[in-house]
Every structure is written in C-alpha cells, then in structure tokens.
Design a protein. Structure first.
Length: 190
C-alpha cells in the first residue's frame, strides 16, 4: 500500500510541476524514477521514452503506466497513470469555468508566453540528456543526425510530413542495419 501511495504522489508531483506535456516531463520523470526512487534504470527510461513516443497517448502517461506496471502490476499502472493525469485534469477543470476571462488578464497572458519559452527549454534539455546518454555507435549517431536533418528541413520548408513517417523510416533503417549485422555475424562464424 505504501508503494502505491508513493507512486501516486510522485506522479502527482510530476504532473503538477511540469508544464508543456510529455517531452518537458521526461527530465522530471527521469529524476524521480531513475535517480531518486530507483524504480527503473536509465536504460529502461530511454526505452520507455522511445516506446511511449511510439504508442498512442501522451508520453508522460505512457511512462507513468510503465513504471507503475513494473513496480506494482496493473494496480500500480492505474495508480501512477491517475497520479500523472490528476493535476492537469483539476487545473483544466478550474480554468474551463473562467477561460474567457482568464486569458484577458494581462499577467496570465504574460505567464503563458513565459511558459512557452520554458517548455521549449525543457524539451531541448530532455533531448540533450537523452543524446548524451545514448550509446555512441556510428549507426545510431548517423540515424539521429539524418532524422534531425529531415525534421529541420521539413520545418524550414513547411512540408506536410507526418512525424510518424519519420519514426517509421528510422525504425526501418534500424531494422535493416540490425538484419545486415546479424547476417555479417553469421558469415563470420562460418
């Protein structure tokens, strides 16, 4: 019971103090779940982040669900998921009652502009942490740089390409590289 409460409260804090969605939450999730609580390893966190991006739903919710499932099964998954969603739900419910008047307040509008900048910084921070901790294999670095260049060009030229296409292309290239390596290893064994 104590672990369930800890899961819930930890993910409530993550949900309450992180603005900007999943990417902005990744550093805080990592700090709590890997560094502080040691519920998962850094390698698992990297895998969870990739898997959470590849599956439907917000990254933070998918991460919370995974950590909860690992620590306490289905009940843990439900508790952690509710924990990360709860603060946003309450805040949005409160804001919905006053939304029209809420954005007319100058300091609130200013705060939202500041939050947008902070979210951008948090996303860059999450990406740089993941890149620094990524194994520095030439193939992985090449795929990373190609995906980054493709995203940059798509954005610069305002092309309408789904990120799912980029994700699937990177997965296909990784799969092909893996298959080629396995074939080369089998050839070396003979």
């Amino acid at each position: 019971m104590r672990l369930l409460l800890d899961l819930f409260l930890s993910f409530v804090k993550i949900g309450l103090f992180t603005f900007g969605g999943g990417y902005a939450m990744i550093p805080l999730i990592e700090r709590v779940c890997v560094d502080k609580k040691e519920w998962i390893t850094h390698e698992e966190m990297m895998n969870v982040a990739v898997l959470a991006e590849s599956t439907p739903g917000p990254i933070a919710v998918n991460c919370a669900t995974y950590v909860g499932l690992k620590k306490k099964g289905l009940l843990g998954a439900a508790v952690a998921t509710v924990g990360v969603i709860f603060p946003s739900f309450c805040i949005l419910l409160l804001i919905s009652f006053f939304f029209d008047r809420f954005l007319e307040i100058a300091w609130v509008a200013g705060a939202f502009r500041g939050i947008k900048i902070a979210v951008g910084i948090l996303i860059v921070d999450a990406a740089s942490r993941m890149i620094r901790k990524m194994p520095k294999r030439p193939t992985a670095v090449c795929i990373l740089l190609c995906a980054f260049a493709a995203m940059l060009l798509i954005d610069l030229f305002s092309l309408h390409v789904s990120t799912i296409v980029l994700l699937l292309a990177a997965a296909a290239v990784s799969l092909i590289v893996c298959l080629v390596r396995r074939q080369a290893e089998k050839g070396d064994e003979k």
